[in-house]
Design a protein around this ligand. Structure first.
Ligand SMILES: NC(=O)c1ccc[n+]([C@@H]2O[C@H](COP(=O)([O-])OP(=O)(O)OC[C@H]3O[C@@H](n4cnc5c(N)ncnc54)[C@H](OP(=O)(O)O)[C@@H]3O)[C@@H](O)[C@H]2O)c1
Length: 429
C-alpha cells in the first residue's frame, strides 16, 4: 500500500474537521478503502491555529506556496475559500502535478472551467463534493451512480441559513428581521448575511449541480437569484392556508433548447418531500429518466459534515493514485446549452395586492391579467382593513414571467391599487 501524502491549506471550520477525521481514522481507511493517507503538511495564514489544533510545528507554514512546492505532497486540500488566493493556490497545485480537493463553491461556480481544464492538462484529479450540500453526497452520485440517466430536473434546498429562517418564520410566525437575528445568535448566519439571504450561495451551488446534471457549463453569473428579504409572515400565512410551504429553492431544469436555472423563494405543496426539509438541513431532489425521483438529504454545512465529503474525495483520489488512473472522469461539460432568460420562464405565480375596498376592483385587475395572457386559477381571499383597504391574493395558471411582469406593471398604475405587495413563484413539483 502506497502512502499518499496530503497538504492541507486552510485550517478554519472545515479544515479543523478534516484534521480530526484524518487523524482519527487513518488506520480505518487502510482497512475500509485500502489506502494509507498521511496528513503531512498544513498551511494557514493565521499561525495561532497550528498550536490550537496540536499540529507538529515542523509540518506547518503560513505560506501556502511552500506546500505546493513540496515534491513529496501528492494531494492538496484547498479550504481557504473565495476566488482570490484560492484560485491561485488551486491552479498552482494542479500545475505542479498535484491532485486537488476543494470545498470552494465560489471558485467552482465562477472558474470551474478554468480549474477543470488545468486538472485535465496536468493529468490530475480535481474533486469538489463538499462544495454543494456539505456532507450530502450529490456530486459523486450525479457523476457516477446516476450517469445512466438523462437528468431532467434538480431541485435543491441548499442554503441552511435561509432554510432555518423560513422554518422559524413558518413555525413561530417570526418576521424576517427577527428570524435573521435568531439565525445570527445561533451561528447559522454571518454578521453580513447577504450571500445567504440574497440567494447567491444557493446560486453558486445550483450552477455547479446544473453543470454536472446537464453536461453543460453554467456559471454563477448565469443564474438569476432572488433571496428571502421580501418574505413576510402574511405571505407565509396565506401559503399555509393554501396548502403550500415557502422555501428558497435552487432549481435547474432541462428545457426545450436549453436549461432553466434559477434561485428564488418558491411555494411548493406542503405534501412534497422537500417541504418537510426544515431548519438547517439541506436536500437535493433529482429527477432522472431511468431512476425516477430521488432525494438526497442531510447536513448542508458544518465542520464535520463538510469534512466528511472532503475526506471521501481524498480517499477516492488516493485510490486513483494507487492504481495509476487519475483524471478518469474530469470535466463532464461537453455541451453548450443556453441558459433560458428568466422572462421566458413559465410557471404559476402567487400575487398579493393591497387595493381600495371598492366594487369593480377585482374586475379591473382581472381584465389586465387577461389582456396580458395571464389566466387566473383562483382569487383566494380578501381581507378588509379599517382604512378602507382590502387585500386580494391571486394564483395564476402557468404563465410567462414576462407577461406576468407586464400585467403587474399595469396593475400597479391602477388608481384602485395601493401596492403590489408580493409576487412569489409557485412550482408544482
Ligand atoms: N463552513 C462550512 O460549513 C462549509 C461547508 C461546505 C463548504 N465550505 C467551504 O469550505 C471553504 C472553507 O470554509 P471555512 O468555513 O472552513 O472557512 P474559514 O473558517 O474562514 O477558514 C478558512 C481559513 O483559511 C485561512 N486563509 C485564508 N486565506 C488564506 C491564505 N491565502 N493562505 C493560508 N490560509 C488562508 C483563514 O485565515 P483567516 O481566518 O486569517 O482569514 C482561515 O483560517 C470555503 O470555500 C467554504 O465555502 C464551508
Amino acid at each position: 500500500m502506497r502512502t499518499v501524502r496530503v497538504g492541507l491549506i486552510g485550517l478554519g471550520t472545515v479544515g479543523s474537521g478534516v484534521v480530526e477525521i484524518l487523524r482519527r481514522h487513518r488506520e480505518d481507511f487502510a482497512t475500509r478503502a485500502g489506502v494509507d493517507i498521511e496528513l503531512a503538511r498544513y498551511a494557514d495564514r493565521d499561525a495561532s491555529r497550528f498550536a490550537r489544533l496540536g499540529l507538529p510545528p515542523e509540518a506547518c507554514t503560513t505560506d501556502a506556496a511552500e506546500i505546493i512546492a513540496d515534491a513529496d505532497i501528492d494531494v492538496v486540500i484547498e479550504l481557504i475559500g473565495g476566488t482570490g488566493a484560492a484560485r491561485g493556490v488551486v491552479l498552482a497545485a494542479l500545475e505542479a502535478g498535484k491532485s486537488v480537493v476543494t470545498a470552494n463553491k465560489a471558485l467552482m461556480a465562477s472558474h470551474g472551467q478554468e480549474v477543470m481544464d488545468a486538472a485535465e492538462a496536468h493529468g490530475v484529479d480535481l474533486m469538489f463534493e463538499a462544495s454543494v450540500g456539505g456532507g450530502i453526497p450529490i456530486i459523486g452520485p450525479l457523476k457516477h451512480s446516476l450517469v445512466s440517466n438523462e437528468i431532467t430536473a434538480v431541485y435543491g434546498i441548499v442554503n441552511g441559513t435561509t432554510n432555518f429562517m423560513l422554518t422559524q418564520m413558518t413555525r413561530d410566525g417570526l418576521d424576517y428581521a427577527t428570524a435573521l437575528t435568531e439565525a445570527q445568535a445561533r451561528g447559522y448566519a454571518e454578521a453580513d448575511p447577504s450571500a445567504d439571504v440574497d440567494g447567491l450561495d444557493a446560486a453558486a451551488k445550483i450552477a455547479i449541480l446544473a453543470s454536472i446534471a446537464f453536461n453543460s457549463r453554467v456559471t454563477l453569473g448565469d443564474v438569476p437569484a432572488e433571496g428571502i428579504r421580501s418574505i413576510t409572515p402574511v405571505d407565509i400565512a396565506y401559503a399555509t392556508e393554501m396548502g403550500y410551504v415557502i422555501k428558497l429553492m435552487a432549481i435547474a431544469r432541462r428545457v426545450e433548447g436549453g436549461v432553466d436555472v434559477r434561485v428564488h423563494p418558491t411555494m411548493i405543496r406542503s405534501g412534497h418531500p422537500l417541504a418537510k426539509v426544515d431548519a438547517v438541513y439541506n436536500a437535493i431532489y433529482v429527477v432522472g429518466d431511468a431512476v425516477g425521483e430521488t432525494m438526497f438529504f442531510g447536513e448542508g454545512a458544518g465542520s464535520l459534515p463538510a469534512a466528511s465529503a472532503i475526506v471521501g474525495d481524498v480517499i477516492e483520489v488516493a485510490r486513483h493514485i494507487q492504481s495509476g488512473c487519475l483524471n478518469i472522469v474530469g470535466c463532464t461539460c461537453r455541451e453548450e446549452l443556453p441558459v433560458r432568460e428568466i422572462g421566458d420562464l413559465v410557471t404559476q405565480y402567487y400575487v398579493r395586492l393591497l387595493v381600495e375596498d371598492r366594487p369593480g376592483v377585482l374586475a379591473k385587475v382581472a381584465q389586465i391579467f387577461g389582456e396580458n395572457d395571464v389566466s387566473l386559477a383562483s382569487v383566494l381571499q380578501t381581507r378588509t382593513d379599517e382604512h378602507g383597504g382590502a387585500e386580494i391574493v391571486w394564483v395564476t395558471h402557468a404563465a410567462a414571467e414576462r407577461d406576468v411582469r407586464a400585467a403587474l406593471d399595469a396593475i400597479a398604475l391602477l388608481d384602485v391599487v395601493r401596492e403590489v405587495a408580493s409576487v412569489i413563484r409557485v412550482e408544482e413539483l
